[in-house]
Every structure is written in structure tokens, then in C-alpha cells.
Design a protein around this ligand. Structure first.
Ligand code: AMP
Length: 378
């Protein structure tokens, strides 16, 4: 099949920072970008050629949008299935809608993983109080109870330690579909961001170590300090998942690494991922350029790493005492500042990130944390 070449127009469903960084990569390579979401003056819209502001449920608008682009991709996986289908009726959609359907629902995702033999923590579907009681008996406590849909950054999620806590976590509506997961006493969390091309070519950026704060990614360090056999296994599992889902594009696999050195898949994101932002500054080809190459049917680029790196997220909380001190963060000449163009800095909102390069991953992490601290005006 002939690739979609520079000069063509690419469509992005969703308009956040992931779409923005994709659009920057696309425009650098001479593509035009259209974005579709319910919001205006968005991180993606600010750098796109065209920003369509319509609800995802407006399928006529989705069709019109799709007819004007050579391929539609996503930066947000909670796009309704009907929206992805309407786009697919009019143009290429990559990754395909089935990938979205599987990964936007925690129960479908974990069921897919376990039926294909990928390791996960034991889980049960909970659709009633009775289901919950059975799950507590079978999988024991502590556990994590999560809503099956629309959860991210720890939203719709509670850790429960007693039967009473578990029942209270169902709240007013026990019929909301949930997943009950055995609690993983993990040593650390790691991710593999990987890409698969139209021809089945596979690329990855190795294993990245992630730490969270209030369930939101705080710091990513690359490469992760894990034994070689663990790194190889994490990449092998990721490759298997991209192949089983027939992904064309980028997908991130988030893992727990248990204290006994076992990898368990926690979550999939069928798009570039926050933990892969450091690939912009630390690798020959970033996750965003790779997404573009994959969805356009171009050969994948090298993922060779120039330097160990760490990425620190900049949340809205940093604006508490006024505009952060950007000049101070730029004082370290191996620090790169990325801001997403969001007007309103709310606590917990991802406003930007810093990437620091250093001779070792530990030094990069230290520099990133220190650079972020200098942003706060005292
Ligand atoms: P998630 O939204 O599923 O990515 O979960 C957000 C964070 O909650 C994860 O990064 C973990 O730190 C924690 N978490 C989620 N599921 C579990 C689990 N089954 N056991 C222990 N911690 C969990």
C-alpha cells in the first residue's frame, strides 16, 4: 500500500497535549493536522491547521471531518465506539476501532489480556453487591475496586481493606460496572511504549520506570534500573500485545514489577503515553513521530537513545503561588521545558513537563526533581 506522504492531512480525535505533540511532529515533517473535540483553543488546536469543535456524538460532523483527512488517529481513548465507526466509514482509522473498544473498558482489557495468556493480577467483574461479596471471598482483601469505564489517573478507583470498605466503595450505585482486582504489593511500576507499523514492524523505547503521586504520573526514568531478563520479558509481552490487538500505531503497556521479579500488566494505553514524553528529547525518533510514521504507513524510525533521561510532570499545583519561574528551570542547560498551552492551571491538571538528560538515569531523575523545585517561587 502506498504510504500517506508529507503534504497530506492527518486527523486527530481528541485535542489534549498528546495530540499537540503529535501535531508538532507532523507539522515538522510537512503534514497538515486537523483535530476534533468538544473544546476550543485546545493544546492540539493551537498547533493544528484546523480545530473542529463538535461533540463526539455528532456523527455527521465526525464524517465530514474524516472525509477531509487521509487517516484518523486518536490521542484520547475514551472516544465513543460509534465515533470511531463513523470515522472508519469515511477514511482509514489507525489504530482500528477494536483496539479502542478493548482498551477503553478495564474489564474488556483485562479479559483480553488473560485470555491471551498475558500476566495480570487476578480480577473479577462486579455488577452488584452480590458479585462484590463473591469477589471478596474469592480474591480476598486488600483489593482495588475500579469503575470499568472512563477511569484514568486514579479516578473512579478505591483501595479497599475490609469487607465494609469494599461495600462502601460501591456507593449509591452498586450496578455500575466495576473491576475488582487483587492488590499488587509491587516493588515498582514500569512501562514499555512500543509501536507497530502497517507491515508489522515493531519498535520500542525499552523499559521506563514510573513513580506516581496521588495516582498521577510524577516522574519517569529511562532506562529503568531492572535486570536484563525483566527488560526483555517486558518488551516480549508488549510485542505480543501489539500483535494480538493488531495495533497500527503506538501503544503503552504499564506494568507492576512485583517483589519477586514478576511482571503483571496493569493497563494498556493505545496511543503515545505520558511516560514516553522523554523520547522527544532523548531518542532519535520520539513516540509521536513514530505514531505518525506508523499510521501513515512509513518505515518506523530508530528508537536509539542519545542519553539517559528523566521526565517530571508539571501539574497545575505549581501555579499555586503565581506563574512558575521558567527561567530558573531553564538554567540547567540539559533541561528541556514543554508546556501544553492550557490557560487554566487547576490542581492535578497536566500543564507541561521537564525532560532532563544526564550521564546516568539516577542523575537525570535528580536533576529533573531539582529543576521542578526551582519553578516554585518562595
Ligand atoms: P490505573 O488507573 O489502573 O493505572 O491505576 C493507577 C495507580 O493505582 C497505579 O499506577 C497503581 O499505582 C495503583 N494501582 C492500580 N491497580 C492496582 C492494584 N491492583 N494493586 C495495587 N496498586 C494498584
Amino acid at each position: 500500500m502506498t504510504p500517506i506522504l508529507p503534504g497530506s492531512t492527518l486527523g486527530v480525535l481528541g485535542s489534549g497535549q498528546l495530540g499537540r505533540m503529535f501535531a508538532i511532529a507532523a507539522r515538522r515533517m510537512g503534514y497538515r493536522v486537523h483535530t476534533f473535540s468538544p473544546d476550543s483553543d485546545t493544546p492540539t488546536g493551537q498547533v493544528a491547521d484546523v480545530e473542529v469543535v463538535r461533540p463526539y456524538e455528532d456523527l455527521d460532523a465526525v464524517r465530514e471531518f474524516s472525509r477531509n483527512v487521509s487517516v484518523v488517529t486518536f490521542e484520547f481513548e475514551n472516544v465513543p465506539a460509534a465515533t470511531a465507526q463513523a470515522a472508519a466509514d469515511c477514511t482509514l482509522v489507525r489504530p482500528n476501532g477494536a483496539v479502542l473498544h478493548t482498551t477503553q473498558h478495564r474489564l474488556r482489557e483485562k479479559t483480553f489480556l488473560s485470555t491471551h495468556g498475558f500476566p495480570t493480577t487476578p480480577f473479577r467483574a462486579v455488577r452488584s453487591l452480590e458479585d462484590l461479596r463473591t469477589a471478596v471471598q474469592e480474591l480476598k482483601l486488600p483489593a482495588v475496586l475500579k469503575t470499568a469505564s472512563f477511569g484514568y489517573d486514579g479516578k473512579g478507583q478505591s483501595t479497599v481493606r475490609t469487607p465494609a470498605e469494599a461495600e462502601a466503595a460501591l456507593g449509591k450505585d452498586p450496578a455500575v460496572e466495576r473491576i475488582y482486582e487483587a492488590f499488587v504489593d509491587f516493588d515498582r511500576e514500569v512501562s514499555v511504549v512500543a509501536a507497530r507499523g502497517v507491515d508489522g514492524a515493531f519498535a520500542h523505547w525499552g523499559v521506563i520506570e514510573n513513580t506516581h503521586n496521588n495516582h498521577i504520573l510524577d516522574l519517569s526514568i529511562s532506562p529503568a534500573d531492572v535486570p536484563l531478563n525483566v527488560a526483555k520479558e517486558a518488551v516480549r509481552i508488549a510485542r505480543g500485545i501489539l500483535e494480538a490487538l493488531d495495533v497500527i500505531g503506538v501503544l503503552c503497556v504499564e506494568y507492576f514489577l512485583t517483589r519477586s521479579g514478576k511482571l503483571l500488566v496493569n493497563e494498556l494505553a493505545p496511543r503515545p503515553h505520558n511516560s514516553g514524553h522523554l523520547t522527544i528529547d532523548a531518542h532519535v525518533t520520539s513516540q509521536f513521530e513514530q505514531q505518525l510514521r506508523a499510521v501513515c504507513g512509513l518505515p518506523l524510525g530508530s528508537t536509539r537513545q542519545h542519553s539517559p533521561a528523566a521526565m517530571a510532570n508539571l501539574l497545575g499545583d505549581l501555579w499555586r503561588d503565581g506563574e512558575p519561574d521558567w527561567a530558573a528551570a531553564c538554567a540547567n542547560d540539559e533541561t528541556k521545558l514543554h508546556l501544553y498551552g492550557k490557560a487554566e492551571a487547576r490542581p492535578g491538571r497536566k500543564m507541561g513537563h521537564l525532560t532532563c538528560l544526564a550521564p546516568t538515569p539516577a542523575q537525570a531523575a535528580q536533576t529533573a526533581v531539582a529543576a521542578r523545585k526551582t519553578l516554585l517561587r518562595r
